[in-house]
Design a protein around this ligand. Structure first.
Ligand code: ADP
Ligand code: MG
Length: 255
């Protein structure tokens, strides 16, 4: 079943002075099936963050359409967007975005508190998730009392506790050391195997090699894509690295 569809998506930024324009997305088309794990790679400035912002409804496209399930994002009224986002999407960011004055538990509960859920329901959802993420013993701690990898696991719990249709991750391993990064990628792999759809922006071929498919964006367009097929991570990693080299050399024609 198709979960996400992006059709001819365009975003042109107009600078405040002088009417200069920057075309950040120049007709992006792709679809994501329910249960897929898709990585998006592209050089700095290629439009990755713009794409995630549009998918999250945090900014409006200049043209084109985005569907999540049967819902077209532009049909959602502005005053309903925050609630829609909370009900349907989970976010994991490079810099974790945890509130320092909240314990990890209260950070994880936040989206449910905002949706008006009761404590018992929140706690019932949290316990198995915390166990799976290995943070049960850390829940009463504050973000500044735990490591980067532990913060990121709490951020993943916060993203998953609402049981979102889609998890959006922007460079989720970007601030982690290699061991925490491997742990996070294992975790994403497990969560995806359990059925969660994930869309992850990353600079890292290693991170991307955990996904089932990699989209390469360049100059605001989907330029190329690779499917894992039956390949193990190490083989897929090799193919991704090779594609990145070819793209940097201009050796792959437009998809
Ligand atoms: P990436 O995340 O791949 O590095 P971005 O989506 O951040 O790329 O940026 C794509 C292009 O759009 C870049 O040329 C960037 O300078 C430009 N851009 C991004 N945000 C804005 C903005 N708010 N105003 C003007 N230009 C922007
Ligand atoms: Mg970016």
């Amino acid at each position: 079943m198709r979960l996400l569809e992006v059709a001819d998506l365009r975003k042109v930024y107009t600078t405040r002075f002088g009417g200069n324009t920057v075309t950040a997305l120049d007709g992006v088309d792709f679809a994501v099936e329910q249960g897929e794990y898709v990585a998006i790679m592209g050089e700095s400035g290629s439009g990755k963050t713009t794409l995630l912002n549009l998918l999250a409804g945090l900014d409006k496209p200049t043209g084109g359409r985005i569907f999540l399930g049967d819902t077209e994002l532009s049909a959602i009224k502005d005053r309903q967007l925050a609630a829609w986002r909370r009900e349907n999407l989970g976010f994991v960011f490079q810099d974790f975005n945890l509130l320092d004055t909240f314990s990890l538990k209260d950070n994880i509960f936040l989206p449910l508190v905002l949706s008006g859920r009761g404590y018992n329901e929140m706690n019932t959802r949290l316990q198995p998730l915390a166990k799976k993420l290995g943070i049960t013993e850390l829940l009463e701690k504050y973000p500044y009392e735990v490591s980067g990898g532990q913060k990121q696991r709490a951020a993943v719990a916060r993203a998953l506790i609402t049981e979102p249709q889609l998890v959006l991750a922007d460079e989720p391993t970007g601030a982690l050391d290699s061991r925490s990064s491997d742990e996070l990628l294992d975790l994403f792999g497990q969560v995806n195997k359990a059925g969660q759809t994930i869309l992850m922006v990353t600079h890292s071929a290693k991170a991307a090699s955990h996904a089932g498919r990699v989209l390469f964006i360049k100059d605001g367009r989907v330029f190329h894509q690779l499917y894992r097929g039956d390949a193990p991570d190490s083989v897929f990693f090799g193919r991704i690295s090779e594609a990145l080299t070819l793209i940097a050399q201009g050796g792959i024609a437009h998809a």
